[in-house]
Design a protein around this ligand. Structure first.
Ligand SMILES: NC(=O)c1ccc[n+]([C@@H]2O[C@H](COP(=O)([O-])OP(=O)(O)OC[C@H]3O[C@@H](n4cnc5c(N)ncnc54)[C@H](OP(=O)(O)O)[C@@H]3O)[C@@H](O)[C@H]2O)c1
Length: 264
């Protein structure tokens, strides 16, 4: 890590996808980075790429699906003397299919990464920000957080948690100098659908029509910089999120079910 005065952004899930794009976006806007995920090689390559643009990037491999991972990570960051100015809780995964057909271990991993690690890491990094009277936290939720999602029930519920937690946190931290932004992407062209086993679903088959991770990251960065509390990526996704939040469940559920069902 450089000894420059550049602010430091810690990004979880920084090996690929939206997290890697967010890391590039923060580097572009003058930040040094701490990159966190399991795939070390991908992060080392990204660190080299960012280094060529003048950003120092520290790679910390971590499996956030393991209980206690957030505490170990926060300890590692502190022991290296790194103060985090921006915390980006981006790591996450989904699992498609009827609830009883998804492995229990997979459900546990999803809850651990999407909810527990995100919450614990925020709890551990936040006091330093409050003490310094400044800091920014981004929580990557999803438009899935605005409605229940049959055939991806746990994932949708986990993102509803992130959205609710983030909105409440943004409110209660008013006046502390710490801002919170919940970024809600819609379908984005990343490894997400492959990992979730939903490539064959209606939404999964439309990968080429999805937003790029770079576009989502740009929107997320701008929202964070502007102090926006909830940012939905793209006009179409704003319509979908509003539908999920305000339309009756009897209309929303069949639509979500159709989008997450396997196409034949
Ligand atoms: N793509 C979409 O359509 C979409 C839409 C809305 C919201 N989102 C959200 O956006 C975020 C990023 O997803 P993405 O689309 O970029 O998906 P992705 O391409 O699959 O990337 C997921 C990232 O999370 C990391 N991750 C997963 N499990 C982890 C674990 N146990 N420990 C540490 N890191 C872990 C992965 O790194 P390693 O595998 O190297 O550990 C990877 O860097 C997620 O929170 C997702 O829910 C995505």
């Amino acid at each position: 890590m450089s000894s420059s005065n550049r602010p430091v952004a810690l990004v979880t899930g920084a090996s690929v996808g939206i997290g890697a794009a967010l890391a590039r976006e923060f580097a572009h806007h003058g930040h040094d980075l701490v990159l966190v995920a399991r795939r070390t090689e991908a992060m080392v390559r990204l660190a080299e790429e960012l280094g060529a643009t003048g950003a120092a990037a520290t790679v910390i491999p971590s499996d956030l699906g393991r209980p206690g991972a957030a505490a170990t990570l926060a300890h590692e960051v502190a022991s290296r003397g790194i103060a985090i100015d921006v915390l980006v809780n981006n790591a996450g995964l989904g699992a498609a299919g009827r609830f009883d057909r998804i492995e229990t271990r997979r459900i546990g991993e999803m809850l651990q990464v999407n909810i527990v690690a995100l919450t614990e890491l925020t709890r551990l990094i936040l006091p330093g920000m409050i003490a310094r009277g400044r800091g920014k936290i981004m929580l990557v939720a999803s438009i899935a957080g605005f409605s229940p999602g049959p055939n991806m029930a746990v994932y949708f519920a986990s993102k509803a948690y992130v959205l609710s937690f983030g909105e409440a946190l943004a409110y209660e931290l008013g006046g502390t100098g710490v801002g919170v932004t919940v970024l809600c992407p819609g379908a984005t062209d990343t490894e997400f659908f492959e990992v979730a086993g939903s490539i064959g679903t209606s939404v999964g088959r439309r990968l080429r029509r999805m937003m790029s991770a770079a576009d989502v990251a740009r929107i997320g960065y701008q929202a964070l910089a502007a102090g926006q509390k909830v940012a939905i990526a793209g006009p179409m996704n704003r319509v979908l999120a509003a539908s999920g939040r305000y339309l009756p469940r009897r209309i929303v559920m069949p639509i979500a079910n159709m989008m997450m069902s396997e196409e034949r």
